[in-house]
Write a protein that binds this ligand. Sequence first.
Ligand code: BDR
Ligand code: CA
Length: 316
Amino acid sequence: MLGEVDVRVKTFNKRKLIIDTDPGIDDAVAIAIALFDETLDVKLITTVAGNVNVDKTTQNALKLVEFFGKNVPVAKGADKPLVLELEDASEIHGKSGLDGYEFKLPNRKPIEDRAIVAMKKIIMESDIPITLMPIGPLTNIALLLSVYPEVKGNIQEIVLMGGSTTRGNKTPMGEFNMATDPEAADIVFRSGVPIVMCGLDVGEDALLYPEDSERIKRLNKTGDMIYSLFKHYRGGSLHKGLKMYDSFAIAYILEPEMFETQDCYVAVETSSPLTKGCTVVDLNNYWGKEPNAKVCLGVDEDRFKEWLINAIAKCI
Ligand code: BDR
Ligand code: CA
């Protein structure tokens, strides 16, 4: 059994992480990897309305934490985007958000504190700066930074999945997480906190093909669960290639050398009915503004896939 000192030694030097999520099949993969990586200390999972409503994303986060046997608190977040009504993505992830696997009904419940209160406490009490990994719409993060701006001083960086340098996947120019809550994305990109943007440029660059999914299935109980979800995931198709969007955020946190990046100024369109939610990435610095984000432009596809499979192999 580990003594208190051993536990302190074991958690010493680990990077502290808060995951803000709307599980979501690709969210489930990213969460699995984060929870089993020995260099990370996941302090909290917060949920947001996105792929499905927030009651479902919260239940899904609890199901995942219970499936993995981890004691990470789950805090429920925003019910809806700041201004828009929620248009979910249940056509991609199924009605429950995690269709395809029969999870046990979770015994645990969300903690009493709502997401931004729980995040604020953990960030303010932490001895080292915290990394935020939002892999859903940015509603909770925008609220956190607006209601408790004092947290900014103890955030290492925000590594998010969302946006694109070119086009969208929810609307012609809007990526799902950004277009679901453009006002929130705008607040986050203007916050001054260091941001890494893992968007569609990498999310659609490295697909998982049937042979990759088969390998994942055979790895362990987690691989088998993920494979069952994959059979119902409409982010691509099991046969033609699956898009692992949210896994790129955790991949960046753990192996940033896999990515080609550029520091740029990123603005979020919030008013145009045609392009609301579009991330306008000033790759050529036409505006002459200081960069506010490190934008992932490419990823080493083979390396990413090997990394992903090895990372899932570390799970139960
Ligand atoms: C993003 O949208 C959601 O459906 C996925 O979970 C991912 O976070 C990709 O655009
Ligand atoms: Ca997501």
